[in-house]
Ligand binder design. Structure first.
Ligand SMILES: [Fe+2]
Length: 204
């Protein structure tokens, strides 16, 4: 069985551009992301090389590989959303997205407060603002690690990394200052495009 090789994307264009993100912090973060890409490829290769896929819910090599894969695979996806929704340029959400934000959070300022409080609530994990396809609404969710408490049918629009590695190099344990810096560097144009791509309902 053949498998497709996952290739790491290059986010080095962010170096030296983001207010409140040192090059050292970003370089370490890129390295970690590359490690997840490598892990996904290793697991895919192991799955492909299995001569017998014997399944067993208690233990089987096949079960272990499939189960463990979600961690690095989501790690790759979430990091790609995160790095690509960072930008030093000052941007604003589209009118359509802003209407959804105002509807769900009362105001843009209240949304930012909610995002930060969700960030403070998260353990080693993530906060995502996502579009819920089933409910036709947007919402903030907290994900532990890369693969726990993921809301189904929710497409990420804005992704915030709150693992310690995302900020301790620059901020120590002061997560609140990191959250302030993150908010200053959100690429709302990218977030708005993501929203346009997924929200096809009449009210979007
Ligand atoms: Fe990370």
């Amino acid at each position: 069985m053949t498998h497709q090789i996952v290739e790491a994307k290059d986010y080095s264009y962010l170096l030296g551009t983001l207010e409140g993100f040192s090059d050292e912090l970003l370089k370490q973060h890129f390295e970690l992301y590359n490690g997840y890409v490598k892990s996904v490829n290793e697991i895919n290769e192991k799955i492909s090389s299995l001569t017998q896929k014997k399944g067993n819910p208690s233990y089987s090599q096949y079960r272990s590989l499939l189960s463990f894969k979600s961690f690095p695979q989501n790690g790759v996806v979430l990091h790609e959303f995160y790095f690509s929704n960072l930008n030093s340029q000052k941007t604003s959400p589209s009118q359509k997205l802003l209407e959804f934000i105002n509807h769900e959070f009362n105001s843009f300022d209240e949304f930012i407060l909610d995002l930060k409080e969700a960030g403070k609530s998260a353990r080693s994990g993530w906060v995502i603002l996502s579009y819920d396809e089933r409910q036709v609404k947007i919402q903030n969710s907290v994900i532990d690690l890369h693969d726990e408490h993921l809301p189904l049918l929710n497409i990420p629009l804005l992704v915030l990394d709150v693992w310690e590695h995302a900020y301790t190099v620059d901020y120590g344990i002061n997560k609140a200052d990191y959250l302030d810096a993150f908010v200053k560097n959100i690429d709302w144009e990218t977030v708005s495009k993501r929203f346009d791509n997924v929200c096809k309902h009449d009210i979007c």
